[in-house]
Write a protein that binds this ligand. Structure first.
Ligand code: GLN
Length: 484
């Protein structure tokens, strides 16, 4: 089997059995990156030298009999994760030369598990976007059709997996940024429950919504990655101190008798017919496997996008205040302090980021705070309650990830509202704080991947992983490869 096509668990077996070495694996990946990057553009920074030296020490570990699930496995991570000594841009000009003095806890855990870092992946600037077009480092292209967007904001993370430039990757999801690109690029993307994975060292966009998760080739790899990054971190007060289950052993428990809810608000008439077809066939597959379907309602769904764009932009306007040319980021030449702040921020931030800072500042300003921000917080509670109530009757929910397959580059960039609607089915999950995953579930007539979303109860990752695994075993979608 070709090294670049291997899953984590396949590569682990090959490393452990000494059929391949980590240096060979990393070299194959670096060659692959070199050959496809001009077409895809998943990476902002490739760390070839460090990767090769990390691979050598992984091989030494393996020779000494130390071979964990991730020892010697070549991974890449979104450029939103701080990496000590390696430039971290968050897709923004303002952090073009920022080299962090410490690493994000999630990457640190993978590193401690022996994983090798190939580099830092492209993303929408400050994770604001659904297409990767807002990156200051060029648009990543969808490996299935390079005239299309890969999704966003973790577009580089999804494209790198689909183009086989990394065995697995890490992304972040504030309103859909792991699941939507995973859906558009045909990989498995998992957004854990808020609090499941530490956010320490992840550049903040909207702190009450941001969460870290893996993008992988299959569900088993998703379980392996989640297990490695999950858990309490004293450095993140929002990380929750509940034990991390053995996610992998839960995979094979089957879905017989599992109660799957179909929220009626997610099966709307405007749904793309190919997406609709994929959902119907997924429902059939689950019925055959013995799951039961229940019609449910999440009545406040219509308000989710508006609520999200008030809360996320409000939090972003505050989080992004630190990029002032003094504490962080690009500093412009100017006359005096105020002028320096203004110029540094005007030069450093892109259009979408500026739009969001303005929206958020407006929503928080005195006189509008109650009408917008406080109202949005109240509606968020109603949305959360919708989920709590619906989960009294079902174990998981099944929905589309996105209303359409990947769209063309340039198609929505001048219409922010249309762009915002790409996340209509993913945003409510972040507002509710629960977990969800995107799984390959079909292809459009033009050959673009379509994802299925499984939403779980808070800390119900085992259940969605199990349900995802059963679906994967019963279908072939995840075995198709982008021919790039
Ligand atoms: N597309 C959404 C936004 O632009 C979600 C982004 C994300 O999850 N980081 O805010």
């Amino acid at each position: 089997m070709n090294i670049i096509d291997m899953t984590i668990h396949e590569m682990h077996a090959a490393l452990k059995g000494r059929q391949i070495s980590s240096v060979e694996a990393v070299t194959s990946m670096l060659q692959r990156i070199e050959s496809v990057e001009p077409k895809v553009g998943s990476f902002i920074t490739v760390t070839s030298e460090q990767a090769l030296s990390a691979a050598k020490s992984a091989d030494d570990d393996i020779a000494r009999g130390v071979c964990g699930q991730l020892t010697g496995i070549p991974l890449a991570i979104k450029d939103i994760f701080l990496t000590e000594g390696t430039r971290t841009t968050c897709g923004s000009r303002i952090l073009e030369n920022f080299v962090p003095p410490y690493s994000a806890s999630s990457w640190e855990k993978l590193h401690q598990s022996g994983a090798v870092l190939l580099g830092k992946l492209n993303q929408d600037e400050f994770a604001m976007g659904s297409s990767n077009e807002s990156s200051a480092y060029g648009t990543t292209r969808n490996p299935w059709d390079t005239s299309c967007i890969p999704g966003g904001s973790s577009g580089g993370s999804a494209a790198a997996v689909a183009a086989r430039e990394a065995t697995a990757t890490l992304g972040t999801d504030t309103g859909g940024s792991i699941r939507q690109p995973a859906s558009h690029c045909g990989c498995v993307g998992l957004k854990p429950t808020y609090g499941r994975v530490s956010r320490y060292g992840v550049i903040a966009y909207a702190s009450s919504l941001d969460q870290v998760g893996p993008l992988t080739r299959d569900v088993t790899d998703s379980a392996i990655m989640l297990e490695a990054i999950a858990g309490y971190d004293p450095k993140d007060s929002t990380s929750v101190d509940t034990p991390v289950p053995d996610y992998r052993s839960a995979l094979t428990h089957g879905v017989k008798g599992l109660r799957i809810g179909l929220p009626k608000e997610y099966f709307i008439s405007g749904l793309d017919p190919d997406v609709q077809k994929a959902m119907e066939s997924a429902i059939d597959t689950y019925r055959r496997l013995g799951a039961e379907f229940v019609d449910i309602s999440l009545p406040h769904t219509d308000y989710a996008v508006a609520t999200y764009y008030l809360i996320a932009t409000a939090e972003a306007s505050s989080n992004l205040a630190r990029y002032d040319g003094v504490r962080f980021g690009h500093r412009a030449e100017a006359d005096g302090l105020l002028d320096m702040y203004t110029k540094s921020r005007s030069d450093g931030f892109g259009t979408e980021v500026k739009r969001r800072i303005m929206l958020g500042t407006y929503a928080l300003s005195s006189g509008y705070y109650d009408a917008y921000y406080v109202k949005a917080q109240k509606v968020r509670t109603l949305i959360m309650n919708d989920f709590i109530k619906a989960f009294e009757d079902v174990d998981v929910m099944l929905t589309p990830v996105a209303p359409t397959p990947a769209f063309k580059i340039g198609e929505k960039i001048n219409d922010p509202l249309q762009m915002y609607l790409s996340d209509i089915f993913t945003i409510p999950v972040n507002l509710a704080g629960t977990c969800a995953m995107s799984l390959p579930a079909g292809f459009s007539a033009s050959g673009l991947p379509i994802g299925l979303q499984l939403i779980g109860k808070p800390f119900g990752e085992e259940t969605i992983l199990k349900a995802g695994y059963s679906f994967e075993q019963a279908t072939e979608w995840h075995n198709r490869k982008a021919t790039i």
